[in-house]
Design a protein around this ligand. Sequence first.
Ligand code: ARG
Length: 457
Amino acid sequence: MALWGGRFSTGPDEAFKQFNDSLPFDYQLAEQDIIGSVAWAGALKQVNVLNQQEYDDLVAALNKLLDEVKANPQAVAVAGHEDIHSYVESALIDKVGDLAKKLHTGRSRNDQVATDFRLWCRDTAEHILEAIAELKGEFIALAERELGTILPGYTHLQRAQPVLFSHWCMAYVEMLERDESRLTDAKNRMNYCPLGSGALAGTAYPIDRQTLAEGLGFTGATRNSLDAVSDRDFVVELLSCASISMIHLSRMAEDLIFYNSGEAGFIELSDGVTSGSSLMPQKKNPDALELIRGKTGRVFGAFSAMMMTLKALPLAYNKDMQEDKEGLFDAMPTWLACIHMAQACIKGIKVNADKTLAAAKGGHSNATELADYLVAKGIPFREGHHIVGTLVQMAIAQGNNLEDLSLEQFKSVHSIFESDVYPVLEIDACIKARQALGGTSLEQVTSAIKYAKKNSK
Ligand code: ARG
């Protein structure tokens, strides 16, 4: 039964009904719709629309319905009603008859859906925050396990300067901390309750909206009814948090796909997160990481779709806004699954420290050290840079590293070079020199790990 048949002489066309119905996806709001309805029943009792007995009967029936929808959410999806609000009302009529028809007093589906959706978003944000914390923990554990492993650091995908492998891990911990803080902000901002805003103008019953909001775990009630029913910033913010975080995960995936490649051979992914080829028996493909990279586009797609849907919508509620759900209902579980999968990948990584070290030693990635050596001897950096460039060319010509050049060769470019140049070129010296805050020295990375662990408690 539709909630609005009175004004109509015929029912909707079948095609329109299918086009208009949101139950096939908003059934996911069943729990929130029922919890919101229990709270609304309380508000109606407070303004004497419901007496104590009616309230008790309604709440008992709603709680029973809650158990039913929890036990079989899929059954709700195919129940054929227009949306989750119609479904809950009709299921309640089946349980308590006409009394159920009182529950919609002073309430609109517009403030109802805005409330349900915020509750759903808040719960989802909490799950995602937990998953991010776990992923951070996994990166920190890997950083601790591999402390001392040296990795070539890249710019332009050219070997640039050596870094500790743990420094790479902690870079992702930084990103995840920002993801956490962004999501926490979004969660706090969304935590205001639209219920009691009516269709758009506010409810005509003297409901204590602050108490109603607090009962549902909200910080407070929204302050403007027009805004409350038409605001979907919280959806946009959540999708924006998801998109940024997915970008981080995609960069992690890309780094690891490269490290895992036959060409680099820096790491080996566990069998548990890789798959084989149907044709080539030797293959072990990084599918989990490629899917994380691929799904990033899908999450961002939901974000941009939501932005476009909201653009230039007049106040207040418009049916366009029903399009707020499917993208988010797809993007949030996708994001969560990617965080979990990233954790599984990080957990099972085997680092080939000999290979990372050999690669870090190649590519003349100690050239900056050599320039700094010249600076210490009083040569301006720009001039030192040029001298080292000449030496790199010399090393390339003889197919060697800088440390393999003879002292005579060094001196042939500049007489200031002495045998004290060799210790400077050692890879450990390159790492050790990065002592300033945020650098890759063992001390800095160790303190970054300590800070992150303290921060995660
Ligand atoms: N299914 C609708 C939605 O998700 C619920 C609100 C309907 N409101 C209305 N005035 N038709 O947006």
